[in-house]
Design a protein around this ligand. Structure first.
Ligand SMILES: Nc1ncnc2c1ncn2[C@@H]1O[C@H](COP(=O)(O)OP(=O)(O)OP(=O)(O)O)[C@@H](O)[C@H]1O
Ligand SMILES: [Mg+2]
Length: 603
């Protein structure tokens, strides 16, 4: 299943998604409650401002006297207290706001971090097929952006919902306190203004998903620009690459604008409806003042509340739609969580170092449904022997050896190590006992030493030196100012192709496993280096069960058995002498074609 194909069926199943995100919320629940409690006074404070306007205008400006029970408020008292009151009030509000922001940021980063950590743990154990099928850009955007977006915005929106709700409540109280008749008019009109909001839910969901797909494609295209910069320059692909990126960026633009087109008119419409409401309220208010049923202070306080009410109600609508797109993001994250590795680590046996005869029995394998790559492959290689695999490019050689450490599982048949199905071993012990030098090596960013330690975590300096000599890297390393501690760039760019290959060989050597796989391990070396490295490889291969894929002669000559693989079939099997002896045989043809030329070259 590819990420792009996953439907967002669960995106609006809030209960399901909340249940899934709850384990991340639970550890910080107490702080969330405190943060949310802090937002209640923040919301109510808006109402206080509007509320104070009435006594201020009626008493301080108009000179009336207000009595609440025994308390008599005169112009002098209020005139003295209201100005410093405003400052103190702002101070309290600021303090509350800061504590609240600090707390909510802490909570949302914590949640996002935990989600990312768990997600990465999941991703790193996924099978090779997942990485074949899903582009890096899409996975990166789901890994990096979505947890942040989801956690931050979810907390902020809920916080904002609470503030807006309490703020709206406070303001509505002030409205009713001042004049209940006007309050009904005002609230009804405002509510009408926010109806269109609810109609747009589906559109937002669609656009939001499309935007991530395009965003992912942009990241992938950008990665390619970076990694493939030499190919792009060498093949003059700049214009094409540029056109592709331009198209993707345009596509994002179109998506963004289509969203704006659909929701951009909301805000102006809401303002217009709200202003109609306010105009209406003013008309009615003027009448009430003329009839002496409303003081000017009450009216000013009322209008202020009504104007202030616009903001929380608008945010309420905004937060509700926002929460919908947040759930789309949460859904995308959990989609990724739901990927199960197809390589099941269900074996209980520990593979020991002494086990190493490998047998393929009627193995069939395909990377995807479209095409079977290996058809009925059967062979056996005894403990301590070397098997060479030759054949046409794309014939399936690398595929065969990649099945032994279970990067992929086979469709049918069996792969046995000392008569035990490899699925019965724990994945860790199986992979611990296989050293592989891959075709197209990958080195980690870090020092030369770091890369060797990948093979054996606790290798001593002596062991490291030994493999450096064996892989013919010693002279090169000795010439470096920092020796084995020299850093190699992203993908080991400061090393030559051959040096990278030798470092990969050193990494495999230090691992010292009973089964060794060499997939074109010496293809990038010149003849001289190859001879030296070959000697080292002979050492590495001693008493080991070895799979070797090579176009060069020497390793293949000495192999105990050679299989010729063409288009997923074993077409010939035997020793070099046997196979060369077959008139019109495939091996003979390959031999004549390339090996013989090479032999001549070497003379
Ligand atoms: N990750 C993959 N996903 C899908 N198809 C793949 C994948 N890797 C290889 N293939 C296909 O499987 C077939 C066998 O590939 P494989 O890499 O095993 O060939 P090979 O014999 O090692 O070739 P070469 O000598 O060029 O390295 C090819 O047709 C290739 O297109
Ligand atoms: Mg290959």
């Amino acid at each position: 299943m590819k990420l792009e194909q996953i439907t967002t069926a669960n995106a609006f199943n809030y209960r399901y998604l909340l249940k899934r995100i709850f384990p991340y919320i639970k550890p910080v629940l107490f702080r969330i409650v405190i943060a949310f409690l802090l937002t209640i006074p923040l919301g109510l404070l808006d109402g206080v401002t509007a509320f104070v306007l009435k006594p201020y205008i009626d008493v301080v400006i108009n000179g009336d006297t207000l009595t609440y029970g025994n308390v008599v408020l005169t112009r002098d008292i209020l005139g003295f207290w209201i100005p410093p009151g405003i400052v103190i009030f702002a101070g309290v509000q600021g303090l509350l706001r800061y504590s609240n922001t600090y707390l909510t940021d802490w909570i949302s980063y914590t949640i996002a971090n935990h989600v990312k950590i768990d997600l990465f743990k999941k991703l790193i154990f996924l099978d090779s097929k997942f990485y074949d099928e899903n582009s890096s850009g899409l996975v990166i955007s789901r890994f990096l952006n979505d947890p942040d977006l989801a956690a931050r915005q979810l907390i902020n929106s809920i916080k904002s919902l609470i503030t807006c709700f309490t703020s709206a409540l406070g303001l509505i109280f002030v409205l009713i306190y001042n004049s209940w008749e006007l309050a009904i008019v005002g609230v009804v009109v405002l509510c009408c203004a926010f109806l269109p909001m609810t109609l747009l839910r589906k559109k937002i969901k669609q656009v939001s998903n499309k935007t991530t797909v395009v965003g992912g494609n942009i990241t992938t295209a950008f990665n390619e620009t970076y990694k493939g910069n030499k190919v792009i320059s060498g093949y003059n692909l700049q214009d094409k690459t540029f056109a592709k990126m331009k198209r993707l960026i345009r596509e994002t633009f179109d998506l963004q604008m289509s969203l704006t087109k659909r929701i951009g008119w909301l805000s102006p419409i809401m303002y217009i409806i709200a202003s109609i409401g306010i105009a209406f309220v003013m008309l009615v208010g003027n009448k009430l003042i003329a009839m002496d049923r409303l003081t000017t202070g009450s009216f000013a306080s009322f209008i202020t509340s009504l104007l202030l009410l616009y903001k929380p109600i608008k945010s309420l609508g905004h937060d509700l739609t926002n929460i919908q797109s947040i759930f789309v993001a949460i859904n995308r994250v959990f989609d990724l969580f739901d990927f199960e590795t197809r390589i099941k680590d269900e074996g209980k046996k520990e593979m020991s170092k002494s086990l190493n005869a490998v047998e393929f029995k009627n193995v069939k394998f395909s990377y995807n449904e479209e095409k079977e790559i290996l058809h009925n492959i059967s062979f056996k290689i005894e403990k301590g022997k070397t098997l060479a695999i030759v054949g046409n490019s794309g014939g399936g050689k690398s595929t065969i050896v990649n099945l032994i450490p279970r990067f992929y599982d086979i469709d049918s048949g069996e792969i046995l190590i000392d008569n035990e199905n490899i699925k019965n071993f724990t994945l860790k012990s199986l992979r611990d006992n296989i050293s592989e030098v891959f075709q197209g090596n990958f080195l980690f960013t870090g020092s030369i030493k770091d890369n060797i330690l990948v093979g054996k975590e606790n290798a001593t300096d002596e062991e490291i030196n030994k493999v450096l000599i064996a892989s013919h890297l010693d002279e090169f390393v000795a010439g470096l100012e920092n020796g084995v501690d020299t850093l190699i760039g992203e993908n080991g760019c400061s090393l030559s192709g051959g040096q990278m290959q030798r470092l990969a060989i050193a990494r495999a050597m230090v691992k010292d496993s009973p089964i060794v796989i060499l997939d074109e391990a010496t293809s990038a070396l010149d003849n001289k280096s190859e001879k030296v490295v070959q000697k080292a490889l002979d050492n590495l291969m001693k008493d080991k069960t070895v799979f070797v894929i090579a176009h060069r002669l020497s390793t293949i000559f000495n192999a105990d058995k050679i299989i010729v693989v063409e288009d997923g079939h074993i077409v010939e099997e035997g020793t070099h002498e046997e196979l060369v002896g077959i008139e019109n045989g495939r091996y003979r043809a390959l031999y004549d074609m390339q090996f013989k030329n090479q032999e001549l070259e070497n003379v």
